[in-house]
Design a protein around this ligand. Structure first.
Ligand SMILES: NC(=O)c1ccc[n+]([C@@H]2O[C@H](COP(=O)([O-])OP(=O)(O)OC[C@H]3O[C@@H](n4cnc5c(N)ncnc54)[C@H](OP(=O)(O)O)[C@@H]3O)[C@@H](O)[C@H]2O)c1
Length: 333
């Protein structure tokens, strides 16, 4: 048989995955979510994407993070997810939190980008069709649009929930003041913001410095960190050069020149510290984020099941001594 039927692992909720309440909502999220920005588009063999998605769900990863333009090509990661939904995930739909977003460039012309109601509503309809879904669990405004009235973007989110096309809504990469406006607006319209999705990792701490993470907590909103491994820099991926097929070798979103000798030296020191803790560097980088309960979940990317297995292993040790935390800071800054 080419495609044996998929049966999710019976012990998927006993295999060590941990779940955390998302802000003040009723929704629990896995501390590790799987992001489909890279490696799930139509340039990746479907069988590899399928293996990773099955592997994730079999280990209790219930949250799959997508966006309209994930691929490449645009839309194709959602199509991949739609194929898996049709062929194997359908019986488990109610065990999953599927998210999508719109806000970046998606289709040509004035209605395929940013934050207008016209764009967001059409985009969600397209995403649902590609993913073979009736609704998404979370729809995000992918970025703040300085030229569209915030009320228009936010009312579109409210109306998606009222139409039954999204269960919850969130915002991603919105600035501090605008986020406060969003939290107040959405709460006043009976659609409390569920979650803020922001770039956050051991190297890039802007979201903490800007107060975005504590602001989310104060407003009862969860926080999920994307690019928790700094696109692979906070792993052993680049310790011995730039491997063929790696994100830095493709060079579009992770430029090889970013991996300087100075940075590499720091990564090597972090790698040694991780080994002292009995963890891989990947695991230490994720544990550093998850030690803090204000970080509801981290959205990891991966190009293989082996990478994802490594990442999930972080859950075995999420605690740091003050000395270890201090050492990480001294290595990096
Ligand atoms: N809201 C937003 O604006 C936004 C923006 C960016 C991302 N996101 C979300 O966040 C998700 C994750 O982002 P990301 O892919 O940048 O996350 P990441 O976890 O920082 O980086 C993932 C990459 O790191 C490498 N990697 C992962 N595990 C590894 C391991 N155990 N050992 C060695 N290398 C490993 C892989 O690189 P190779 O591919 O080279 O193997 C993988 O593709 C996205 O898929 C998306 O869902 C959201």
């Amino acid at each position: 048989m080419i495609n044996p039927p998929y049966h999710a692992s019976n012990d998927r909720y006993e295999s060590g995955m941990k779940y955390e309440r998302c802000g003040k909502s009723g929704l629990l999220l896995p501390r590790i979510s799987l992001g489909m920005w890279h490696n799930f588009g139509d340039t990746t063999p479907l069988a590899r994407s399928r293996d990773i998605l099955h592997f994730a769900f079999d280990r209790g990863i219930t949250c799959f993070d997508l966006a309209n333009n994930y691929g490449p090509s645009y839309g194709s990661a959602e199509e991949t997810f739609g194929k898996i939904m049709q062929t194997s995930f359908r019986p488990y739909r109610d065990e999953m939190v599927v998210t999508t977003k719109a806000g970046h460039d998606m289709w040509p012309g004035p209605y395929g980008n940013w934050g207008s109601r016209k764009y967001l509503m059409a985009s969600l309809d397209q995403s649902l069709r590609r993913m073979n879904l009736d609704y998404v669990d979370i729809f995000y405004s992918h970025r703040f649009d300085p030229e569209t009235p915030m009320e228009e973007t936010l009312q579109a989110l409210v109306d998606m929930v009222r139409q039954g096309k999204a269960l919850y809504v969130g915002i991603s990469q919105w600035p501090y003041e605008a986020s406060k406006f969003a939290y107040d607006y959405l709460a006043a319209h009976d659609t409390p913001c569920l979650i803020y999705q922001g770039r956050y990792n051991m190297i890039d701490r802007e979201k903490a410095k800007e107060g975005i993470i504590s602001q989310a907590a104060e407003n009862g909103v969860g926080f999920t960190a994307f690019s928790p491994l700094e696109q692979g820099i906070l792993t052993d991926r680049y310790l011995n050069g730039i491997p063929a097929g790696s994100r830095a070798s493709i060079g579009k979103f992770l430029k090889p020149e970013k991996i300087t000798a100075t940075l590499l030296e720091k990564i090597k020191q972090l790698n040694s510290l991780a080994a002292e803790r009995g963890q891989s560097l990947t695991q230490m980088a994720l544990a550093w984020l998850l030690k803090d309960k204000e970080v509801t979940s981290v959205i990891v990317g991966c190009s293989s099941t082996a990478q994802l297995k490594d990442s999930i292993g972080c859950l075995d040790n999420l605690t740091f001594s003050p000395e270890e935390l201090d050492k990480i800071d001294r290595i990096l800054f």
